[in-house]
Design a protein around this ligand. Structure first.
Ligand code: G3I
Length: 353
């Protein structure tokens, strides 16, 4: 049995994995217990999973993940309180069931805004009251920044934004502090946090929140990255910028895709992926983890968006772009749960021959 990844990094940060409930058992569960000391739900703690119908909460699957983390003395990240995606439509419908974003009457727009912010508050209240004692870090708002800015602040023009402006972001953090208590660690989470101008739009928002006294403790860098993008230098700069605001950084959804974007052409089967790519990926992981260990990065946790190459959203993405064909291989474990060159480089070991 190979050495645990979490022990290798225990002086620096936690090592986490995103999971579906089925992965708490069998081989996946064994790997989790051996190599990881932090967990996050890949899907079952999202708004559509927790509150599919207004006022009807569905805790069963989420509870399984919280219980596993507790039983195995692992940290738990909560993903995610507020997001534009995987959020049921009822959130954004007025009393008559019409989409709030279509309202043109200013008075009714105001009433809709109030209703939506009430829903935000009651969702956050219900979730935090249940998991307050289990959760170590909360993704309070996920993906608030646009990829291509269409407004001055660079904010994503989601239904949340269209109905409430930036208020939903601030109110979400206020509510999270109110219901989660002083010790709750509150994160804003996003992808491409290394890339300008998105990085700067996120920075400006967070700086404004800090200046205004909106409770925020950290920035989650999803880190859905590629073999050569973004550069280590860009990642370092981003960590240092946010640390400079007095905030904690966490890597929250790490995977190193073998492809660029869009992911095409794609390898039709896992077996067809050339070994040389696994070597390149190992070098990439080596450099990344060296960066993560740097003091100035101020990282408290590094979470992979999955466990092994048998289960990754990147396969769905590759298939989507290539008529149902395409396998990716982002992690340290292969589809049969053997360690890959990426594992050995993260452990600073030679690949055994
Ligand atoms: O729940 C339905 C199920 O009822 C149905 O039978 C099945 C058929 O396809 O679909 C299930 O929904 C899937 C859902 O995951 C829950 O498993 C969706 O199709 C699928 O598209 C969805 O994908 C998730 C994606 O978020 C959705 O936005 C991925 O698993 C998940 O890895 C991904 O995670 C996101 C993070 O939350 C935020 N950052 C980016 C990251 C990667 O996209």
């Amino acid at each position: 049995e190979v050495a645990p990844m979490d022990e290798r990094y225990e002086d620096s940060f936690k090592i986490g994995a995103a999971v579906e409930p089925y992965q708490l058992e069998g081989i996946h569960g064994d790997i989790l217990k051996h190599h990881y000391n932090s967990l996050v739900a890949e899907n079952v703690m999202k708004p559509e999973a927790i509150q599919p119908v207004e006022g009807e909460f569905n805790w069963e699957e989420a509870d399984k993940i919280a219980a596993f983390a507790n039983e195995n003395d692992m940290e738990l990240r909560f993903h995610t309180l507020i997001w534009h995606s995987q959020t049921p439509a009822w959130f954004f419908e007025d009393e008559e069931g019409n989409p709030m974003v279509e309202e043109t009457d200013p008075e009714r727009q105001e009433a809709n805004k109030e209703l939506l912010l009430e829903r935000l508050d009651s969702h956050i209240k219900a979730v935090m009251e249940r998991y307050k004692d289990d959760v170590d870090a909360w993704d309070v708002v996920n993906e608030a920044i646009a990829d291509e800015a269409s407004n001055e602040e660079g904010l994503r023009e989601s239904e949340w934004y269209q109905v409430t402006g930036t208020d939903y972001i601030k109110e979400a953090f206020e509510a999270a502090r109110k219901y989660g208590g002083e010790d709750a660690k509150l994160f804003i989470n996003d992808y491409n946090t290394e890339i300008e101008p998105k990085r700067d739009h996120l920075y400006n928002l967070v700086e404004e929140m800090v200046d205004e006294g909106v409770p925020i403790d950290g920035v989650g860098h999803q880190s859905h990255i590629q073999l050569d993008w973004p550069s280590i230098e860009e990642s370092r700069e981003s960590f240092e910028m946010f640390a400079g605001l007095g905030l904690e950084n966490q890597v929250t959804e790490l995977d190193v895709s073998l492809y660029g974007y869009p992911p095409e052409p794609a390898y039709p089967t896992y077996e067809e992926i050339p070994d040389s790519l696994f070597e390149t990926q190992a070098e990439r992981y080596d450099q990344l983890f060296a960066l993560y260990e740097e003091q100035d990065a101020d990282l408290s946790s590094v979470t992979f968006w999955g466990i092994a190459d048998d289960h990754t959203w990147l396969n769905d993405r590759a298939e989507e772009f290539n008529d149902g064909i395409g396998k990716d291989a982002p992690f340290a474990f292969d589809t049969e749960y053997n360690v890959k060159p990426a594992y050995w480089s993260m452990m600073d070991d030679e690949v055994p021959t």
